[in-house]
Design a protein around this ligand. Structure first.
Ligand SMILES: Nc1ncnc2c1ncn2[C@@H]1O[C@H](COP(=O)(O)OP(=O)(O)OP(=O)(O)O)[C@@H](O)[C@H]1O
Length: 365
């Protein structure tokens, strides 16, 4: 069942948002996109903080925005979990969580029972009597989630909910949010995030925005493992090059071909992308003459720790192809030391054709 349908057209200065999104009951939709692509603006429209120039927002059979209708934010039954917990500092945790039910007119004892239920759902009953100032960031976010859910929203908005937390706290909270959301069969959730892990762990589907429009959408795993835009590939940690499908791979603007394995749905001449993992790219100081059919000169633009490996970001070499810029290669720290790699150094990147997948970027059905 579709719980939420939003059709939004809106101008903010030069920026124009023009999207249609649907979220099912019990479904989590992730909204990804580069800075300034309109993610927060979309969330603001759903929350009732910004009115679209044209369009409508419907939750279930209730119209929140439409012809002559504009339900104010506090009457929307929309919950929000933002980067900061934004708890009422003068109320203790129990009263913070009971606030939503109380505001709906529920009697104090019943509101406190509801609050205790949600505190238990987020493993935070022990904090009931504390003031927000005595909570850590991760604890406060759990209380904020309980507070949002205690108000029984039909639509829950998550706006970068883990971005302000320490990296060692975020995984546990991500797991907790997943558990709590999966028990809400009627709840529709929209998650705005920069983190592909958030999307992978929490969402069923994603839409990717660029310049206020949807450029990609589909089931999360499918979109992140078969990205069709450079942005999605980058956040998914995958290398992606655009071009046109050719006999044995992908033909690129400058006439070069990246050799790869074509998928079934690609025909010669289709707009297509070549996708490969940074771990499949090998780095050489001298031009290699091995089995890799794809070898291209590049310059080392950055070397960053990435879990147990070092991720090299390439820039184009003066005599090499331009599309190499931004390609990532994962190396062991030992390999970086062996190759004596430095920023600005000229290298050769190689990737075997068997490691390169070529996909059509024709619109998905
Ligand atoms: N109050 C405002 N008035 C005018 N323009 C705005 C306002 N808020 C945002 N914008 C513009 O709208 C566009 C979309 O911004 P928005 O914050 O929705 O993007 P975003 O995808 O959420 O970005 P980020 O990832 O940086 O949070 C930007 O060009 C921004 O400058």
């Amino acid at each position: 069942m579709t719980a939420v349908v939003a059709e939004v057209e809106l101008r903010r200065g030069e920026f124009r948002l023009d999207v249609r999104v649907e979220v099912g009951a019990g479904e989590v939709l992730a909204v990804l996109g580069p800075n300034g692509s309109g993610k927060s603006t979309l969330l603001d429209v759903l929350a009732g903080l910004v009115r679209p120039d044209r369009g409508s927002v419907r939750v279930g059979d209730r119209v929140l925005v439409g012809r002559g209708v504009d339900v104010p934010a506090h009457r929307r039954d929309v919950g929000l979990l933002a980067q900061q917990a934004l708890l009422f500092p003068h109320l203790d945790v129990l009263a913070n969580v009971a606030f939503g039910p109380r505001a709906r007119g529920v009697r104090r004892a019943e509101a406190e029972r509801i609050a205790r239920h949600w505190l238990s759902e987020v493993d935070a009953v022990e904090f009931a009597g504390r003031k927000p100032a005595a909570l850590s960031g991760g604890q406060a976010q759990r209380i904020a989630l309980a507070r949002a859910l205690a108000a029984e929203p039909r639509l829950l908005l998550l706006d970068e909910p883990f971005a302000a937390l320490d990296v060692d706290v975020a995984p546990a909270l991500r797991g907790l949010v997943r558990r709590v959301l999966s028990s809400g069969k009627q709840l529709a959730t929209v998650l705005v995030t920069h983190d592909p892990l958030d999307a992978l762990v929490l969402s069923d589907r994603v839409v990717v925005l660029a310049d206020g429009r949807i450029v990609e959408q589909g089931p999360t795993k499918q979109v992140l493992s078969r990205p069709r835009t450079a942005f999605t590939a980058r956040i998914a940690g995958i290398d992606l090059v655009s071009g046109v499908a050719a006999a044995d791979g992908l033909a690129i603007e400058d006439g070069a071909v990246i050799h790869g394995m074509r998928t079934d749905d690609v025909a010669d001449g289709d707009a297509a992308v070549a996708v490969f993992q940074p771990s499949a790219v090998t780095v050489h100081v001298d031009q290699p003459h091995g089995s890799a059919r794809n070898v291209f000169p590049a310059v080392v633009a950055a070397l960053e720790p990435h879990g147990a490996v070092v991720r090299l970001r390439a820039a184009a070499a003066p005599d090499g192809p331009a599309w190499v810029a931004g390609i990532a290669a994962d190396l062991t720290p030992a390999a970086v030391a062996d190759l004596e790699l430095d920023l600005g150094e000229r290298v050769y990147l190689a990737v075997k054709a068997t490691e390169v997948a070529v996909y059509s970027v024709a619109a998905r059905p």
